[in-house]
Write a protein that binds this ligand. Structure first.
Ligand code: NIG
Ligand code: FE
Length: 408
């Protein structure tokens, strides 16, 4: 099997406790990859012999970004809704219906082509793992189509039939559909289930409805994720703790009791809090208090939430820069949040770090240190490093039984 030596690394971020600081940094480093896995890391002067050699000339190398929250499969455009926010029109979730109509009308080939373009765009900015949700179908055949498209791009597929109540549908009937026949049809195509729990929004799900969705999805064998506390205070974070969800996402409006519940659950594998600062940027909203969560001992992840309504960006470097400049995170905390913590939000231990045994998902910066991700906002510094025999991160991986990805 071919051994690839990547050398000339000015700063290697590994998260290996043998090395320096919270990021496990090695300076003047090298790394050896065999069969797309890291088999050695250390100082370049002590590197073992290998079959091929790739010199990155002093660049920083990080684990590839893990974008643990996206809605990449959709059709249509909502730039007019975005523009209207310049005139102070707030985001309410009402525009989701526009995307649902365009998505239902699109062919599967059109949806696949558009999602592939966005996945490639993410990869060009250093993202090597994407989670992708359904949720713009809201009927059984379209939700299935969206999950099949998502599954062609990633093993981290999420059933989000409980995105919003479709216009005109009686609420109770739609909850019955999402927890019954739609779940049965979609569960074999998904690893995760998610619910938009936002009792203040007329289109999203209230506490009892969200509880019903989470209970049914867990019974169907899916891991759980929650959209919550985005537009105002609510029960989302508490429900995520109660139901053993892997992640509570958005979490912009948390009260003291929420933070305490998350902190108490943290040592026992409680939910990662996934902050989505591109949403606050694009909806002109106040940013979440990352510092309060980190100081309480909660694992904080960063993700893009790429979707046509609240954040049409695939850029994880942008999320890192926003977290550092506007949310009080250090650059090291933000890099961890975009890599290791994203992997934890997906309950994966093979990605998000570069310890021996990890997948060789590598992000190279056109810069000497990870700090430049925040120091040089908006500059295209990050790219993935493709070694000759590595399968693209876009390639789906299947378990032996044919289901996508790892079961949570
Ligand atoms: O994560 N909050 C709910 N869903 C998406 C937005 C979807 C849309 O507006 O199209 C989000 O922000
Ligand atoms: Fe989202």
């Amino acid at each position: 099997m071919t051994a690839h030596l990547v050398t000339g690394i000015g700063e290697l971020v590994t998260f290996d406790p043998r090395y320096e600081g919270p990021l496990g940094v090695v300076h003047d480093a090298a790394l050896v990859v065999v069969d797309n896995h890291v088999v050695w890391t250390g100082r370049s002067t002590t590197a073992p012999a290998a079959d091929t050699r790739h010199d990155v000339h002093g660049a920083a190398v990080l684990p590839g970004f893990v974008d643990s929250h996206t809605h990449l499969v959709f059709a249509g455009d909502r730039s007019a809704e975005f523009e209207a926010r310049s005139a102070r029109r707030p985001y309410t979730g009402g525009g989701i219906a526009t995307t649902v109509a365009a998505t239902r009308a699109a062919t599967t080939d059109q949806l696949t082509a558009a999602a592939r373009r966005l996945a490639a765009e993410a990869r060009r900015q250093g993202t090597t793992t994407l989670e992708i949700k359904s949720g713009y179908g809201l009927d059984v055949p379209t939700e299935q189509r969206l999950l099949r498209v998502a599954g062609s791009l990633t093993p981290e597929t999420t059933y989000l039939g409980a995105h919003v109540i479709p216009a005109g549908a009686p609420r109770a009937d739609y909850v019955d559909l999402v927890t019954g026949p739609m779940l049965a049809a979609c569960a074999p195509l998904a690893r995760w289930a998610d619910v938009f729990c936002e009792p203040g929004s007329p289109v999203a799900f209230d506490e009892d409805e969200s509880r019903a969705v989470l209970t049914a999805a867990a019974a169907a064998g899916l891991g759980l994720r929650v959209h919550g506390n985005q537009l105002g205070p609510g029960p989302g974070a508490r429900l995520a703790v109660e139901h053993g969800a892997a992640s509570i996402d958005h979490a912009t409006h948390l009260d003291e009791a929420d933070v305490t519940a998350l902190a108490d659950a943290a040592p026992h594998g409680g939910p990662v809090v996934t902050l989505l600062p591109g949403v606050e940027l694009s909806t002109r909203s106040p940013f979440p208090d990352a510092r309060r969560l980190l100081d309480a001992g909660v694992e904080v992840a960063l993700a893009s939430d790429c979707n046509p309504g609240t954040c049409y960006s695939t850029s994880m470097p942008l999320m890192v820069a926003l977290a550092v400049t506007l949310m009080g995170m250090t650059t090291a905390e933000a890099v961890r949040a975009a890599t290791l913590a994203g992997a934890r939000a997906l309950r994966r231990d093979d990605i998000g770090h570069l310890r021996v045994g990890a997948r060789a998902d590598l992000c190279v910066l056109d810069a000497p240190t990870h700090r430049h991700l925040a120091y040089r906002p908006g500059v295209p510094l990050a790219r993935t490093l493709e070694l000759p025999d590595a399968p693209g991160a876009d390639a789906p991986r299947r378990d032996q039984d044919g289901r996508h990805g790892h079961r949570p």
